[in-house]
Design a protein around this ligand. Structure first.
Ligand code: COS
Length: 381
């Protein structure tokens, strides 16, 4: 855990960077569907790719709580910026951080921390989305190697990745998660092909692609953990990832609330600012209350995780509430902006489209409810 002063300095550097450099680029990255190279370099220089990587491997080694606080601050800009380093901080690196052996960590973590290596998490398949235990990509042992064959889809940062964490079935006779193992797969191995970035509803500048593995020979030393442990590794990576995404939702909500308050103060109707009308005030108050509630539950869950408690249920509660909360906040922002919220110039409709993804990826709201209810049955409350 960093001392409070160092963390405060990091948060204020992030705030300045977001305000001065990234917010002015938002319209351009949406238009170009790409983040300019100089902005990427500045994000690397700020240490953003290595926020969660242990200091021993060149990262900033933030605790879960501090990482969430960094996201509350950073995500006041278009979520595509976060996505560019989000896999390195979260789902693309944490299998390695939590379950990698020393040799694997020494080989890859320093490059991940600096952003020289971009990582990607390859779990989802055409027939295995919410039902992620049913992955069909197979990994057959052949001497000192595994041979991977199969297809993954909607894989964030696949087109920029140099290292994938791939979940593949090592035991075809075992159905479900117990037959699945996790592998660290460099993207330059022969037999890997990456599809074109998908055209999406929002989050332009962040890319998702198909990935195909055709007889890809992966050294056995690249397996993460034991054979058959891959699904559980993926679930633990996602427990953590869900806290991260929840804090992203809070950051975006903060931005939309700031924009809504500013606009409601400036825009006059019936001779008065919108902010003087109680129906507008009620929308602002609801957004503030819900964002504060999400923030508080995320900090509480992150502290529990930092204290090595299981947060499967808590992370799912946060992901469910925060992703739905930011959808409501974005909807109110469009309503407060009125016609200006619907046209592209103000960027509010762009955020409205961007935030829709939060209720889908890293476990849809329906899956979060399922995880929460199952954990409640186990815990008895
Ligand atoms: N931490 C540790 N272990 C876990 C776990 C967790 N969070 N969640 C499940 N496991 C373990 C279970 O304990 C079980 O182990 P045993 O076989 O030893 O009992 C095993 O993994 C299988 O779990 P389960 O029976 O719950 O699997 P199901 O297939 O029924 O359901 C869900 C799993 C639906 C919860 C899971 O597939 C899921 O989260 N789906 C959404 C995936 C997702 O988020 N995709 C987004 C794409 S990645 S960006």
């Amino acid at each position: 855990m960093h001392d409070p002063e160092t963390l405060a300095q990091l948060l204020s550097a992030i705030r300045r960077f977001v305000n001065e450099r990234l917010i002015p680029l938002e319209a351009k990255i949406a238009e170009d569907d790409a983040i300019p190279a100089d902005a990427m370099a500045e994000m690397r220089a700020l240490g953003l790719f290595g926020l969660s990587i242990p200091e021993a491997f060149g990262g900033l080694g933030l605790s879960m709580e501090d990482e969430c606080r960094a996201m509350f601050e950073f995500c006041r800009c278009s979520p595509a910026f976060r996505s560019s380093f989000g896999t390195n901080v979260g789902i693309g690196s944490q299998g390695l951080v939590m379950f990698g052996d020393d040799a694997q960590k020494k080989r890859w973590l320093p490059g991940i921390a600096s952003g020289e290596i971009v990582t990607s998490f390859a779990l989802t398949e055409p027939e295995a989305g919410s039902d992620s235990a049913s992955v069909r990509t197979k990994a057959e042992r052949d001497g000192g190697e595994y041979v991977l064959t199969g297809a993954k889809c909607y894989i964030t940062n696949a087109n920029r990745a140099s290292l994938f964490t791939v979940m593949a079935r090592t035991d075809p006779n075992v159905k479900g998660g117990a037959g699945v193992s996790a592998f660290l797969v460099p993207s330059d191995l022969p037999g890997i092909s990456i599809g074109k970035p998908e055209k999406k509803m929002g989050q332009q500048g962040a890319h998702i692609c198909d990935v195909h593995f055709d007889q890809v020979r992966v050294p056995a030393g690249n397996r993460l953990g034991e054979e058959g442990q891959g699904f559980r590794i993926a679930m633990q990576v996602l427990d953590r990832g869900r806290l991260h995404i929840s804090s992203v939702c809070v950051g975006v909500a903060e931005r939309l609330i700031e924009e809504s308050v500013r606009y409601a103060g400036e825009r006059k109707q019936f001779g008065q600012p919108l902010a003087s009308f109680q129906m507008i005030q009620a929308m602002l108050a609801d957004s503030r209350t819900e964002a504060n509630a999400a923030r508080a539950m995320i900090v509480d869950a992150a502290r529990k995780r930092d204290a090595s408690e299981s947060v499967t249920m808590e992370a799912a509660c946060c992901k469910l509430f925060a992703s739905e909360m930011v959808g409501r906040v974005a909807d109110r922002a469009v309503q407060i902006f009125g016609g200006a919220g619907y046209v592209a110039d103000h960027g509010i409709e762009r955020f409205y489209r961007d935030v829709r993804l939060f209720r889908i990826y890293e476990g849809a709201s329906e899956i979060q409810r399922l995880v929460i209810a199952r954990e409640m049955m186990k815990r008895g409350a």
